[in-house]
Ligand binder design. Structure first.
Ligand code: NAD
Length: 494
């Protein structure tokens, strides 16, 4: 059980500053520093490193037992009460927005500007979740449409699935956690959050944000740690659903582990997103949007514009325009408020992405802007990227836009579909027929017409197909994933 000698107050934004001491775990709504302390360097500043306590299998079991004991209390909270908790949590994040944004930049390396945007999206997501709670209702089933249902009334109710394990990746440490915690609170499910060990800090305040607004303390734990903690969550018999955001390779392992115990899984995984640009498109809009969509979060976004599929007659012109837009983006110190493109989460990631760029040029691609200069990766636009270059089919997850020419729309759609992934796709065109041909032809979880793959409104259904995942997020969809539809039938009086 939680260490009774630890401070009674939950970690808040003041504990996110460098020098504040090791970040505690939250176990059943109580902070604890009992556990291994791990140093976490900051990619944004040599003085920005912090340390965090890691959980272990015993702590996971304690947190899961407390969560299970809170299931009935959570399920009994009215929709109005759950919506109020979510609105209160949105207000809480708003009050601490500046501290949260700095903490995000310190842990991920993306620009402060991007981190501020992430905090605002978290607030909007919590508000959207509060609205969606009221819509989480059942339906009448017309059972008398079949002979055996004559003389019966039937309807469904949506009940909480039970304890949810939320396992997240590093790139949006607060937003990925907010999507899962907001849905769990909205659906009435106790939740155990395991953030990425690379970025364990900012999301810890979510425990305080919901508990201080009325969510039962036992119904939330934040269990920092590595793969062993994720595995313990997948194996715990009390966990009913695992909601995972991360790479496709690890998502497959999570699904396998959870599947052995017949748990539900929701998987939000990797991508290699394509945006198709036709010759009749507004090229200025397409270039600007592809540049910002490729460089947002320093390219560490699952729907980052990685491949721009441009019709051959405009490919060189478009690549130059995107290159000019990218070259004009202020790049450098992530903590400088003017910076747009910060750095990546770790030096190993910079090397990995630089290797992908060098592999593409070795296969004939031309560097339009950036590239690897003196061994250092710059925000990069490439033209003429072709198979077998790895950028054509692997996820780059860095500040690289690869322009790939095509001849006709069938080829563009085939190229868009030619990776293992299928998350989001963009298409720029003035023709509604072309736009709808793309929308119907691509294998992905969504298509954005006259926008890039990188568009996301946090209240829309969001999720991928193929290796990009299973199930949907977005508050209304995620609450359904975390609920069980139960049918109730009534034999009517004769
Ligand atoms: P990752 O898969 O390396 O890690 C994700 C989580 O899994 C972390 O919490 C980590 O501790 C845990 N983990 C790592 N190895 C494990 C193992 N062997 N067993 C169990 N758990 C393990 O992902 P990442 O590098 O943190 O995040 C980047 C990836 O996430 C990219 O592929 C990106 O596209 C994807 N992503 C997808 C979405 C989406 O909504 N589809 C959103 C954001 C990020």
């Amino acid at each position: 059980m939680p260490d009774s000698t630890t401070p009674p107050t939950l970690p808040d934004a003041s504990m996110l500053r460098p020098g504040a001491g090791p970040l505690p775990l939250v176990v059943a709504g109580r902070p604890t520093t009992a556990g291994q302390i791990v140093e976490v360097p900051s990619p944004a500043s040599p003085n920005g490193g912090r340390s965090a306590v890691h959980a272990d299998a015993r702590i996971v079991a304690n947190a899961a037992a407390a969560a299970e004991s809170a299931c009935k209390t959570c399920a009994a909270l009215s929709r109005r009460a759950r919506a109020q908790i979510l609105r209160g949590a949105a207000g809480y994040l708003g009050e601490h927005a500046d501290d949260l944004a700095v903490s995000l930049t310190l842990e991920v390396g993306k620009s402060l500007r991007d981190s501020r945007g992430e905090v605002q999206r978290c607030i909007a997501t919590l508000e959207a979740a509060a609205d969606a709670v009221a819509e989480l209702g059942g339906r009448e089933i017309p059972v008398d449409a079949v002979p055996v249902g004559a003389g019966r009334l039937a309807f469904t109710v949506w009940e909480p699935v039970g304890v949810v394990a939320a396992i997240t990746g590093f790139n949006f440490p607060l937003l990925l956690a907010v999507h899962k915690i907001a849905a769990a609170v909205g659906a009435g499910c106790p939740v155990l959050l395991k953030p990425s060990e690379r970025t364990p800090f900012t999301s810890v305040v979510l425990a305080d944000a919901v508990v201080s607004n009325g969510w039962p303390a036992e119904a939330i734990s934040v269990l920092n740690g590595g793969p062993d903690v994720a595995v313990a969550l997948c194996e715990d018999p009390l966990v009913r659903l695992v909601s995972f955001t991360g790479s496709s390779a690890i998502g497959a392992k999570i699904a396998e582990r959870a599947g052995r115990h017949l748990k539900r899984v929701v998987l939000e995984l990797g991508s290699n997103a394509a945006t198709i640009v036709e010759p009749d498109a507004d090229l200025e809009l397409a270039a600007r949007t592809c540049a910002t969509g490729g460089m947002a979060a320093t390219g560490q976004s699952c729907i980052s514009v990685q491949r721009v599929l441009a019709q051959s007659s405009i490919a060189a012109d478009l690549a130059q325009r995107i290159g000019a837009e990218v070259a004009a983006l202020p790049t450098g110190d992530p903590l400088d408020p003017e910076t747009v493109v910060g750095t990546l989460v770790a030096p190993t990631e910079l090397r990995r992405v630089a290797d992908l760029v060098q592999d593409a040029t070795a296969h004939g691609a031309e560097v339009v802007t950036g590239g690897v200069v003196d061994g250092e990766l710059r925000p990069t636009v490439l033209l003429g990227v072709r198979e077998p270059a790895r950028l054509c089919h692997e996820e780059a997850f860095g500040p690289v836009v690869a322009v790939m020419p095509y001849d006709d729309l069938d080829e563009a759609i085939a190229l868009a579909n030619s990776t293992p992934y299928g998350l989001m796709t963009g298409v720029f065109t003035a023709s509604i027929d072309t736009a709808l041909r793309v929308a119907r032809g691509v294998e992905s979880g969504g298509v954005h017409i006259n926008d890039s793959s990188n568009f996301r409104a946090d209240n829309m259904p969001y999720g991928g197909v193929k290796a990009s995942g299973l199930g949907k997020e977005g508050p209304a969809s995620a609450m359904r994933e975390m609920s069980v539809e139960k049918v109730i039938t009534v034999r009517l009086p004769a």
